[in-house]
Design a protein around this ligand. Structure first.
Ligand SMILES: [Zn+2]
Length: 450
């Protein structure tokens, strides 16, 4: 099947054609074999993917911003062992450690994306094994500096196997958490069964969509929403909600939604919404670049010629999106015009919520066709700053805040005991957020993946 333009919903139903029916290898051996195949295919040509093992490595001389909100430390020493941060400070490299001179560079934590998707789409031309395709998506994210991906729904079921083997110092791709099939039941009884099936399978989140896709489809019925949230909470799972309208956001928060997975895009956020988000300590994920992806391909976007994009982006996908017929259809789509207005509304709301002290977690909805994994995250940071956030606020939302929103306590900051997932930049990202693109190197668990 052919994949059309991305549309209003966070994952177009047509993307389901990419997904395989649940089929779980029962032999762990099979998983490890697939991962070895993926690693061999995907790291071919990679200059230095050297697992550190038990050796100690000290990255010295850079300015280090640890993601906690503390000021950056100049001439820092970052000590890494067994994939984790041992210490950050200004002491000399420990005796006997391998020293990596990163003088003049900036070190920041790897980016955490609170709303992305792992579809297997990006490596599907080169790789047939589904688990290896997932690993391919995750390597792509990592090469752009996105080292943790929260996939909010409809992944191939093999995502579970990728997640279950990633707590290792030899990891060389992004970390994955996932929501499983999005709940689309029509009755509360079916909803409970669907939540139970996901919970039994071992998902990290339950995902629902409450949206009429600009008036084209029926929203998920409210009795179903109530049943999903109740059952998810009973099973110890949190519910991430796709939404569009302010009224729905308010109602969903009152019902117990645990993550607002997109911007409110129809109206200015109000005091009631702010109070609910803060009282319930619910994080808000803007996904601004998702709006942009609905209209940006009306002409050939300038970023198709950005060397940072070109280095790892799928060239055949850029070619597909540059097809004149495709561009003409996108340019004349009324949905594109509406989502362009929705982006402006979303940016206004983001600034209001940040100023009000709501926790903002960076998310992009990248992963489906037309939404380039890894690159879109850098674009999202720029759109957040364009909305009025400081580069520091945008970077906090993409590191420690996103991690805490996902309740991950081993990523998101460069502090002792966390995984050594970090970026080496040539320029100061706090001075200009576009400098996240001056990406020299990416490390996952201390292993260089770019
Ligand atoms: Zn999504």
């Amino acid at each position: 099947m052919s994949i059309e333009a991305p549309r209003g919903g966070c994952a177009d139903p047509r993307e389901r054609g990419l997904l395989l029916a649940p089929e779980f290898p029962d032999a762990y051996r099979h998983v490890m074999r697939a991962i070895r195949v993926a690693a061999a295919v995907l790291t071919a040509g990679l200059s230095a993917a050297l697992p550190l093992g038990a050796q100690t490595t000290a990255f010295v001389g850079a300015t280090l911003w640890d993601g906690t909100g503390a000021p950056a430390v100049q001439h820092a020493t970052l000590v890494v062992q067994d994939g984790r941060v041992v210490s950050v400070g200004t002491a000399p490299a420990p005796e006997g450690s391998t020293v990596v001179d990163v003088s003049g560079r900036w070190l920041i934590p790897g980016l955490v994306n609170a709303h992305a998707h792992v579809t297997g789409y990006w490596a599907r031309d080169e790789i047939t094994d589904t688990l290896a395709r997932i690993e391919g998506d995750l390597l792509l994210y990592a090469r752009y500096g996105v080292t943790t991906v929260n996939s909010l729904g409809d992944e191939p079921s093999q995502a579970k196997w990728a997640r279950d083997v990633q707590d290792t110092p030899t990891l060389t791709r992004a970390r994955l958490h996932f929501a499983g099939p999005v709940i689309t039941a029509t009755t509360p009884e079916d909803a409970v069964a669907a939540v139970d099936a996901n919970a039994d399978f071992g998902v990290d989140w339950i995902k629902i969509r409450v949206d009429d896709n600009l008036g084209t489809v029926q929203k998920l019925p409210w009795p179903v929403v109530i049943a999903v949230i109740k059952e998810a909470h009973a099973r110890g799972l949190r519910v991430a909600t796709h939404l569009f309208y302010l009224d729905d956001a308010t109602r969903l928060l009152r019902m117990g939604s645990d993550l607002v997975a997109h911007s409110v895009r129809d109206a200015d956020v109000d005091g009631e919404l702010v109070s609910l988000l803060k009282e319930r300590d619910v994080c808000y994920v803007p996904t601004l670049v998702r709006e942009e992806s609905t209209f940006v391909y009306g002409r050939r976007p300038p970023f198709f010629d950005d060397s940072f994009f070109v280095k790892y982006a799928k060239a055949t996908e850029a070619a597909r999106l540059s097809n004149p017929t495709f561009m003409r259809r996108t340019a004349t789509s009324p949905d594109g015009t509406r989502y362009r207005a929705a982006l402006a509304q979303a940016q206004k709301n983001l600034k209001a919520l940040e100023d009000a002290g709501v926790r903002i977690a960076m998310g992009t909805d990248s992963g489906p066709a037309g939404r380039f994994p890894g690159y879109f995250e850098h674009r999202e940071l720029q759109l957040m700053v364009d909305a009025g956030l400081s580069p520091g606020q945008a970077l906090m939302s993409a590191t420690s805040v996103a991690a805490s929103c996902l309740r991950l306590d081993d990523v998101g900051t460069l502090t002792a005991d966390r995984w050594a997932d970090f970026l080496v930049l040539r320029s100061d990202p706090l001075a200009d957020v576009a400098n996240t693109r001056s990406l020299d190197a990416v490390y996952v668990a201390g292993n260089q993946v770019r």
